[in-house]
Write a protein that binds this ligand. Structure first.
Ligand SMILES: Cc1cc2nc3c(=O)[nH]c(=O)nc-3n(C[C@H](O)[C@H](O)[C@H](O)COP(=O)(O)O)c2cc1C
Length: 84
């Protein structure tokens, strides 16, 4: 499929992890990886990927409607409480 696409970039989303996205890009199958749910619960997703910080799991119960809860109240890694 890639040759027919010419200079068109292939962007994939759906259940990707940092590892699977990296592998798909390195394999040449895709050009860019997109993230939906991980971004909802990790406003600093890129920083977490860069630093190897574990991701906060998103809550599907809060996804569609009902208010701002679940969208604007997930802490960044720097804001999250520690167990120390
Ligand atoms: C709450 C929520 C809202 C979404 N709204 C849209 C939307 O408006 N338009 C769209 O194209 N995709 C929308 N998506 C799909 C995401 O863009 C993405 O394709 C999907 O979540 C799969 O990627 P993920 O496994 O990284 O979450 C939405 C997903 C979620 C969870």
């Amino acid at each position: 499929m890639r040759p027919e696409l010419g200079r068109t970039a292939v962007i994939l989303a759906g259940g990707l992890t940092q590892q699977s996205a990296t592998e798909l890009i390195h394999s040449g199958l895709i050009d860019l990886a997109a993230f939906g749910r991980p971004y909802i619960s990790n406003p600093d997703l890129v920083a977490r990927f860069r630093r190897g910080v574990p991701l906060t799991t998103s809550d599907p119960e809060t996804f569609f409607g009902g208010g701002a809860v679940g969208y604007v109240d997930h802490p960044t890694a720097a804001e999250a409480p520690t167990n120390a």
